[in-house]
Design a protein around this ligand. Structure first.
Ligand code: SF4
Length: 169
């Protein structure tokens, strides 16, 4: 069975974001992978029990997902609510779901405190980004799942090909 790709549900256009909207990724490869049945959508924040819509949240202090998992940083809503536990719970559920579905790859939207897989916001709610990973992206990397951002779709395509060659006929 070919490995599947766990994709941020909002990239499929599902209305799961904090603002109640989706953010569909329009790319021929997405349409191809959909037709091949390779994409499995998942929203870690909803899985962690957060409602939609919900206040925007960021990882505090310019830290990243690894810092949250190590207890060095919290995930805070713009309103001040501490949603760290929900983010960690949702991330763990996403990894468990990925393993159940044979997802060896993940395509996650950048800049989210959950799915961010290259850049995330710095916790100041000022629109300032820095290199780093969100909580779910960090958990997936730790679990051995190859994580790509929505700006790395060509790299994901190449990795799928390398995986197929390494796995043999
Ligand atoms: Fe999209 Fe991930 Fe945020 Fe859910 S948690 S809305 S899938 S970026």
């Amino acid at each position: 069975m070919p490995p599947k790709i766990l994709i941020s549900a909002c990239l499929l256009g599902r209305p799961v974001r904090y603002d109640g909207k989706g953010k569909p990724l329009h790319d021929p490869l997405i349409e191809r992978w959909k037709a091949e049945g390779l994409l499995v959508g998942y929203c870690p924040e909803q899985a962690g029990g957060l409602p939609t819509p919900r206040p925007p949240a960021e990882i505090e202090g310019g830290m990243n997902g690894e810092d949250v998992l190590a207890g060095r940083a919290r995930v805070l809503e713009v309103t001040g609510g501490d949603v760290t536990a929900e983010f960690v719970e949702g991330g763990k559920k996403a990894v468990a779901f990925a393993n159940e579905q044979n997802c060896r790859f993940a395509l996650l939207i950048d800049c989210s405190p959950s799915c961010g897989s290259g850049f995330i916001y710095d916790g100041s709610f000022s629109g300032t980004r820095h290199p780093g990973f969100g909580v779910t992206a960090a958990l997936m990397r730790a679990a051995g799942i190859s994580v790509f951002s929505d700006r790395q779709i060509d790299q994901l395509f190449a990795s799928l090909g390398e995986y197929a060659v390494a796995s043999g006929p």
